[in-house]
Write a protein that binds this ligand. Structure first.
Ligand SMILES: [Mg+2]
Ligand SMILES: [Zn+2]
Length: 220
């Protein structure tokens, strides 16, 4: 598995996306309860309170929704992309059952372990760049819901000693519960919002929606 895995959601936005901001959301500990080890099957997907409502509110403000998640269980051989698809289908279904507007446009996954040295595992910003390309440029014209497509890693180098990057849209944001999420968002240039894995995305809702909130400071 040499690249990033992409799945489109059930109702992805497919037109005139170039001017819309993107909300990059970590998955475990942000949208759903993180598990010791991994979320290994659909029955282990448990939404955090408010996750569906926050996604619906972001969509109301015209955000595209892109989940970006590290899932090294795949590289470890515990399960494969078919299982990842059904887990993401279950997550999408649960979100929609709570709020009909809580659709995710795109799910992006790094399937590697740290030791694989892959170039896409967060804190690398590769998945965020791929999300930008697929959502805003070409990819949304080739939507196939929930089927796995592997995208190559471009391996751009990040200057972790330089300044924070400038995002493609000033409202682009990254929400995560770990430092590696903040690193990926910093390297991409997103507004950064760190939440606790117990509260998830709901903890940051008023900040996410406030265009004057430039996000958390971060020092790589
Ligand atoms: Mg997480
Ligand atoms: Zn990777």
């Amino acid at each position: 598995m040499s690249g990033m895995i992409a799945h489109w959601g059930v109702h992805p936005s497919i037109e005139s996306n170039i001017a819309r901001p993107i909300a990059f959301l970590d998955r475990d500990g942000v949208l759903n309860v993180g598990r010791q080890g991994y979320v290994n099957r659909p029955s282990e997907v448990e939404l955090l309170p408010g996750a569906a409502e926050v996604i619906a509110k972001l969509r109301e403000l015209d955000f595209l929704i892109c989940v970006v998640t590290n899932q090294s269980a795949i590289s470890r051989g515990l399960w494969g992309t078919g299982q990842l698809e059904v887990i993401h289908q279950e997550l999408q279904q649960q979100l929609l059952s709570k709020n009909a507007d809580a659709s995710v446009d795109l799910f992006l996954t790094c399937p590697h372990r740290y030791e694989d040295g892959c170039g896409c595992r967060k804190p690398s910003p590769e998945m965020l760049y791929l999300g930008h390309r697929l959502l805003r440029l070409e990819g949304h014209k080739k939507v196939v819901n929930f089927s796995s497509v592997v995208h190559p890693i471009t391996d751009q180098t990040v200057n972790w000693w330089g300044d924070k990057s400038v995002p493609f849209h000033p409202m682009d944001l990254m929400v995560g519960d770990r430092r590696s999420d903040m690193g990926a968002g910093w390297a991409y240039g997103a507004r950064l919002f760190r939440v606790s894995a117990y509260e998830g995305i709901q903890a940051a809702v008023s900040r996410l929606l406030d265009e004057n909130d430039i996000g958390d400071a971060f020092q790589p």
